[in-house]
Design a protein around this ligand. Structure first.
Ligand SMILES: Cc1ncc(COP(=O)(O)O)c(C=O)c1O
Length: 293
């Protein structure tokens, strides 16, 4: 993984990331009492801005933290950070915590404290053509997360352990299974292609509503039939294609699950079509004027 870019934003100021400091009493640190977003930037333009900030607003509402900024303010903060880090392709990570009080109490501070707002930028992960052409290995893991996986919470210990389990097995992603149903990856949404139909599970409290998932579904409707329904573990193993999606990596082909090949064991034709559609969408974005605050 490449190092983050040098400038970050912390509570109203742009500072060098190496100089940024928050209190150890911050509830994000003490309790994981915070939410986050990850948003890709292509040619200096933010991709799916509204979708990411609608989801942030929803996450904040669900944990009862007042959104510290309007969409317009968020846009201006991020645009400035992108410019300060040289523009181009990157991704932005932002986190809002409930803030810090003097002490450690589980219940919310009364009166409320100011939320901590942190934003940083990083280079996009590099995936080579060879890696994409070979596809990615996944393992399956049983779900041991909490009951509100629809909130984009930074309390990600279960996801961290699952991803490490995948890494230990030489795989790229851990696909999470609950009650025999495949829900999503540790940091990705999941799809299968079976009998020419693209299938992804419905959003629920067990799944993070993926922005790239939704973009994939709308691109796919021009290409193939789409169904939103649960996917059994057996269906996953027997699928012609398996894909995973995430904001910084768009859609990737999974070519083996638990060391057994998926379909031909190579990225499938439907994925290749979707990948081209994504590339066209990114190009369209790059051709739009850069936002000027
Ligand atoms: C658990 C989980 N599911 C799905 C996703 C994909 O969401 P998005 O496409 O908005 O990046 C993520 C991304 O971080 C995730 O952590």
């Amino acid at each position: 993984m490449a190092e983050p870019l040098p400038q970050c934003y912390l509570n109203g100021d742009y500072v060098a990331l190496s100089d940024a400091r928050i209190s150890p009493l911050d509830r994000g640190f003490l309790f994981g009492d915070s939410v986050y977003e990850v948003l890709p930037v292509f040619a200096g333009r933010m991709f799916l801005f509204r979708e990411h900030f609608d989801r942030l607003a929803r996450s904040l509402r669900e944990i009862r933290v007042e959104n510290p900024h309007t969409h317009q303010e968020w846009r201006a903060i991020l645009e400035q950070l992108i410019v300060r880090n040289g523009g181009g392709d990157m991704y932005v990570y932002l986190q809002v915590t409930r803030g810090a009080e003097f002490g450690r109490n589980h219940a919310f501070p009364v009166p409320a404290v100011k939320p901590t707002v942190f934003v940083m930028a990083s280079p996009l992960p590099v995936l080579t053509e060879e890696q994409r052409a070979a596809g990615f290995a996944a393992i399956t893991v049983q779900d041991f997360r909490w009951g509100r996986c629809d909130i984009k919470s930074t309390a990600l210990l279960a996801n961290v352990l699952m991803k490490q389990q995948a890494a230990d097995a030489g795989a790229y992603e851990a696909l999470i299974v609950r009650d025999g149903e495949v829900l999503e990856g540790s940091s990705t949404s999941v799809f299968i292609v079976a009998n020419g139909v693209l299938v992804t599970p419905p959003n629920s409290h067990r799944i993070l509503p993926g922005t790239t998932r939704d973009a994939t579904l709308s691109l796919a409707t021009n290409v193939m039939p789409v169904e939103i329904r649960s996917i059994s573990l057996d269906e996953l193993r027997a699928a012609d294609e398996v894909w995973i999606s995430a904001a910084t990596r768009d859609v990737l082909p999974v070519t083996s699950v638990d060391a057994a090949p998926i379909g031909s064991g190579k990225p499938g034709p439907a994925w290749l079509r979707l990948r081209e559609a994504f590339a066209r969408l990114r190009q369209q974005l790059a051709d739009t004027p850069v936002y000027e605050p």
